[in-house]
Write a protein that binds this ligand. Structure first.
Ligand code: 1AE
Length: 413
C-alpha cells in the first residue's frame, strides 16, 4: 500500500512526543477528538496514519523562552495511506497539514513521495538541462537580470532596458514580480517587444536571452494568457506561485501548449515559511513542492544579499531542487535579492555550476549603467570559475574594467 510520509518539527509543552505523534496520525486520518469504537477502528485500519519515527531533539532554551514554557522538541515522521486522498497537491497538503497547521507549535518540514505517488507529477518540463539548451550555455552558472523601475514607464523604457540587459550578456531577463498587466506596458506588448529586441541583440552578441513575462491576472485567465504569450513568441514565464497556489503552477506546467520554462517567484512564501515553530520549511516550499509542481527555476533569498535566509536553509532549498532522490528533472536554484558582482564567487562556491546568478539593482545600479552591470557579472563568473583572487582582478583593469568598477562600489567578498 503506497504512503506519503510527512515530517514535522514539533515543540510540545505536554512533553510527550509519542502521544503527540499518535494523535496526529489518528487525528488527520480516521480519528477525531472523540474515541472511535474498536470495531470501527478495525474496519478503518487501512486508512489510519502510522507513526514511522519519533526523534527527540536537544532542548532549545531560546525556544522555551519564546514559547513561555519548557517544550520537548522532536521530529515526527508520519505515514499517510495514499488511499485517503486524491493524488493532487491540494488534497495532499490538506491531508498532512490542513487543520494541523492551525494547531500549536507544529512545522511541516518535509514530504516524501513514494515513486507511485510521484508518477502523477511530471515535474519541471525543462529543468536545468533544458533551460541550458534553450540559452546554449553548458559550462557556467547562468546569469539572470530583473527589470527595475518599469512601473509607471512606457514601452520605450521597457524596450531600452531589455536591450541593455541583453547586450550586457545576461541569459535570462525576468519581469519584476510586482509588474502586473497595466496600460503603459500591457503584457502582450511586452512579449511582442521582447521578441524583436532579443532577436536584434542576439544578432549583435551571438548569445540567446530569454525573457520571462509575468503571467498575472485572475486564476481563470492564466492558462489562456500563458498560451497567448507563447503564441506571441514568449520564451519563458514568471509566476507568483504562492499567491495563486501550487496546483495552478502544476496546471500551467503540465499544459503541453505551455512549452517554455517557468520561473517560480517566492513572493508571499515568507508568510508561512519564516517561523521556526509554524508553517512549512523553506526547503519544502521553495524546493520539493515547486519541483513537484513543475517549476524549472526557483528564486529564493540568498544568504548574502539584501533579503537573506540562513545559509543552511538556502543550501537545503538548492538540494531539494537538484537531488536525484526525487525522480524528476532537477530545477535551477536561483539565490537572489541584493546580489552584486562581488558576491558571485561565494554564490558559485556555495551553489555550484548548476545555479543562476540573479540581480536587479546589482545590474542597473552599476556606475557605468546596465550594459556594464551585465558585463561585470559575466566577468565575476569568469574569475570565480578560473579561481582568480580579487587582487588579480584589481591588477587587470583592461580585462575586468566593469568588474573593478562594481567592486569599488560594492566591494568583493
Ligand atoms: C528573492 C527574489 C528577488 C527578486 O525578485 C528581486 O526583484 C530582486 O531584486 P534585486 O536584485 O534585489 O534588486
Amino acid at each position: 500500500m503506497t504512503r506519503l510520509i510527512a515530517t514535522y518539527l514539533v515543540h510540545d509543552k505536554k512533553q510527550d512526543l509519542v502521544k503527540k505523534a499518535e494523535s496526529i496520525a489518528l487525528g488527520l486520518t480516521i480519528g477525531s477528538w472523540t474515541e472511535l469504537p474498536l470495531l470501527i477502528q478495525e474496519q478503518l485500519k487501512l486508512h489510519k496514519g502510522e507513526v514511522v519515527e519519533v526523534i527527540e531533539l536537544d532542548e532549545d532554551l531560546g525556544a522555551n523562552q519564546y514559547l513561555g514554557g519548557t517544550c520537548t522538541r522532536g521530529l515526527l515522521k508520519i505515514a499517510y495511506p495514499a488511499v485517503n486522498f486524491s493524488n493532487d497537491l491540494p488534497a495532499i497538503l490538506t491531508t498532512v497539514f490542513g487543520k494541523l497547521s492551525l494547531d500549536g507549535e507544529v512545522k511541516l518540514v518535509d514530504l516524501h513521495f513514494s515513486d507511485e505517488l510521484l508518477s502523477s507529477y511530471p515535474g519541471p518540463k525543462y529543468g536545468i538541462q533544458g533551460v541550458r539548451e534553450k540559452v546554449g550555455v553548458i559550462d557556467r552558472p547562468l546569469l539572470m537580470s530583473i527589470f527595475k523601475s518599469v512601473m509607471g514607464r512606457d514601452l520605450d523604457y521597457f524596450r531600452e532596458q531589455l536591450r541593455l540587459q541583453a547586450l550586457g550578456g545576461v541569459d535570462l531577463v525576468k519581469d519584476d514580480e510586482i509588474l502586473f498587466d497595466n496600460p503603459l506596458t500591457p503584457w502582450e506588448d511586452r512579449v511582442r517587444t521582447a521578441v524583436n529586441v532579443l532577436s536584434e541583440a542576439e544578432s549583435l552578441t551571438g548569445e540567446k536571452t530569454l525573457y520571462a513575462v509575468n503571467i498575472t491576472g485572475r486564476s481563470s485567465q492564466l492558462r489562456d494568457r500563458a498560451r497567448k504569450a507563447i503564441e506571441l513568441g514568449a520564451n519563458a514565464l514568471l509566476f507568483n506561485v504562492f499567491t495563486y497556489g501550487l496546483d495552478v503552477l502544476q496546471e500551467l506546467s503540465e499544459d503541453p501548449e505551455v512549452a517554455v520554462p517557468i520561473l517560480a517567484h517566492p513572493a508571499f512564501s515568507g508568510a508561512f515559511t519564516s517561523s521556526a515553530f509554524y508553517g512549512v520549511s523553506h526547503s519544502l516550499a521553495l524546493g520539493t513542492l515547486l519541483r513537484v509542481a513543475g517549476a524549472d527555476l526557483s528564486l529564493f533569498p540568498s544568504p548574502y544579499g539584501s533579503v537573506v535566509l540562513a545559509k543552511e536553509e538556502t543550501l537545503r532549498i538548492a538540494h531539494s531542487l537538484r537531488t536525484d532522490q526525487l525522480a524528476l528533472r532537477p530545477a535551477f536554484p536561483v539565490p537572489s535579492a541584493g546580489i552584486h558582482p562581488g558576491i558571485v564567487p561565494r554564490l558559485i562556491h556555495d551553489f555550484g555550476m548548476d545555479s543562476v546568478i540573479n540581480a536587479g539593482g546589482g545590474v542597473h545600479g552599476h556606475p557605468s549603467g546596465t550594459v556594464a552591470g551585465g558585463k561585470a557579472f559575466r566577468q565575476a563568473i569568469e574569475i570565480a570559475l578560473a579561481g582568480k583572487a580579487w587582487t588579480e582582478v584589481a591588477s587587470d583593469k583592461k580585462n575586468y574594467f566593469e568588474l573593478n568598477q562594481a567592486i569599488s562600489l560594492w566591494g568583493g567578498k
